[in-house]
Design a protein around this ligand. Structure first.
Ligand SMILES: CC(=O)N[C@H]1[C@@H](OP(=O)(O)OP(=O)(O)OC[C@H]2O[C@@H](n3ccc(=O)[nH]c3=O)[C@H](O)[C@@H]2O)O[C@H](CO)[C@@H](O)[C@@H]1O
Ligand SMILES: C=C(OP(=O)(O)O)C(=O)O
Length: 431
């Protein structure tokens, strides 16, 4: 499991200065899966975030037979997937795969390169029910045989004779779209994916696959068409910047009355979250590749209503930091989490810090403004971890966030980047 980690935050300092926004977690994970589709050459991925999910994905890639190098100082991964030919290794073992959600994105490579896949576990944030039925049903519609070994809790996928088909997603699933795309690109014939996801990371993955030689049209329209090709080439790609990381840093600047320049952040990628933050009193100015974020420390934040929905709606991954930010706003904020039913464990943690949040199922009312105070709080998942760090920055006294692993899953060098902005945040590894 590795070393136990916690974050120690002493609040009261405004964030000021320049921060570098990391490469997107939710783009690099599918791209590592896609790199395994190339049977020749070496894939080079640049602007890779140094996060635990990437480390787990590389361990999984090595497990199934790829050669990988992570040049952390250069933020570059090199993947040679030419030797994926041992069918015995066509397994996603629980000890690695159950530690991150992106493990499910390895199934298309296993299907195409080894003919079958055994899934012994898929992880990710603990956010309530998170099904994978669209993925499995989609593989089956392309001709794969998907069976469940209920006793062992394993899923087996036999590729058999794959053939293009018409696929429909009940909701525009992010990884569902990416996974079905990756399954379709090497499947003979035409595949159509209806009600496909529109997230910028999905478009970045389409660009990457296109560079590899895949024939994909309609990305960003909700109706994607794929013409299967015989093989894909290993190529070089620079990963887009992480809009959730950017949103978290913007909200942290807002919480502390700060003034920051976020290098690599793209305001357009924030979708509705941009407008919500502006309504609260946050000022944005995009200058080329730098996003400037300012919140006047002499004003109080205004309360907000937010309902999470797929892109360009309010991103569920920004809902947790928004809840923390809303505790500082003058009045009642209303938040409806419409994607996950288990994301409000955060409310109890913020209430330990003095917040007044009432939860009713997937709806919450935040009564602000509160002067938060430091406390020992739990990071139930990646974004609730970031949210309690945000609350700690605005609180009096010291906040101790544990476990730190969920934060390390998705935010690269978090304490270092916050310290560079003037915050007092320490990442501690316990013996
Ligand atoms: C690695 C990655 O990219 N993770 C992101 C991805 O997760 P992920 O791709 O897992 O999220 P989805 O878009 O698939 O899930 C959205 C909703 O659809 C449901 N669903 C999904 C698939 C399925 O087969 N059946 C089903 O019912 C889920 O339970 C959930 O309620 O998008 C989420 C929503 O923007 C983000 O919070 C995650 O950060
Ligand atoms: C829910 C998240 O990630 P994952 O899908 O990898 O669990 C997240 O990034 O907030």
């Amino acid at each position: 499991m590795g070393q136990e980690v916690r974050y120690r935050v002493r609040g009261g300092r405004p964030l000021n200065g320049t921060a570098f926004i990391q490469g997107a977690k939710n783009a690099v994970l599918p791209m590592i899966g896609a790199a395994l589709l190339a049977s020749k050459g070496r894939t080079v991925l640049r602007n890779v975030p140094i996060i635990q999910d990437v480390r787990r994905a590389l361990e999984l890639a090595e497990y199934i037979g790829a050669k990988v190098e992570f040049h952390e100082a250069e933020r570059t991964i090199v993947i040679d997937a030419s030797q994926l030919n041992d069918p015995e290794r066509a397994v996603l073992p629980a000890e690695i795969a159950a530690r991150f959600r992106g493990s499910v994105l390895f199934v298309p490579a296993l299907m195409h390169r080894m003919g079958h896949a055994r899934i012994e576990g898929v992880g990710g944030c603990n956010l309530g029910s998170r099904n994978l039925d669209f993925h499995y049903r989609g593989f089956a519609r392309l001709g794969a045989e998907v069976t469940e070994d209920a006793e062992r809790n394993h899923i087996n996928v036999e590729a058999g004779n794959l053939k293009g088909g018409r696929l429909y997603l009940d909701t525009p699933s992010h990884t569902g779209t990416e996974n079905l795309l990756m399954a379709a690109v090497l499947t003979p014939g035409t595949t159509v994916i209806e009600h496909a996801a529109l997230e910028p990371e999905v478009l970045d993955v389409i660009e990457f696959l296109g560079r590899m030689g895949a024939k994909i049209s309609g990305g960003g329209t909700g109706l994607i068409t794929v013409e299967g090709v015989k093989e894909l080439a290993a190529v070089e790609h620079t990963i887009m910047s992480d809009r959730i990381d950017a949103g978290v840093f913007a909200m942290m600047a807002a919480a502390t009355g700060g003034d920051v320049s976020l290098v690599g952040a793209n305001l357009d990628h924030l979708g509705v979250a941009r407008w919500k933050m502006e309504q609260m009193g946050v000022q944005f100015a995009q200058q080329g590749a730098v996003l400037h974020v300012h919140r006047d420390p002499n004003t109080t934040l205004r309360p907000i209503n937010a309902v999470t929905s797929p892109y360009p709606g309010f991103a569920t991954d920004l809902q947790s930091p928004l809840m923390a930010l809303a505790t500082l706003a003058d009045g009642e904020s209303y938040i409806h989490e419409a994607i996950y039913d288990g994301r409000f464990a955060l409310a109890d943690e913020l209430n330990k810090m003095g917040a007044k949040i009432e939860v009713d199922g997937t709806r919450a009312i935040v009564h602000g403004p509160t002067q938060l105070h430091g406390a020992e709080v739990v990071a139930h998942d990646l974004r609730s971890g970031a949210a309690v760090v945000l609350a700690g920055l605005a609180a009096t006294g010291e906040t101790v966030v544990s476990p730190g692993y969920p934060v390390d899953r998705g935010h690269s060098q978090f304490a270092t980047r916050l310290t560079a902005l003037g915050a007092d945040v320490v990442r501690e590894e316990l013996d």
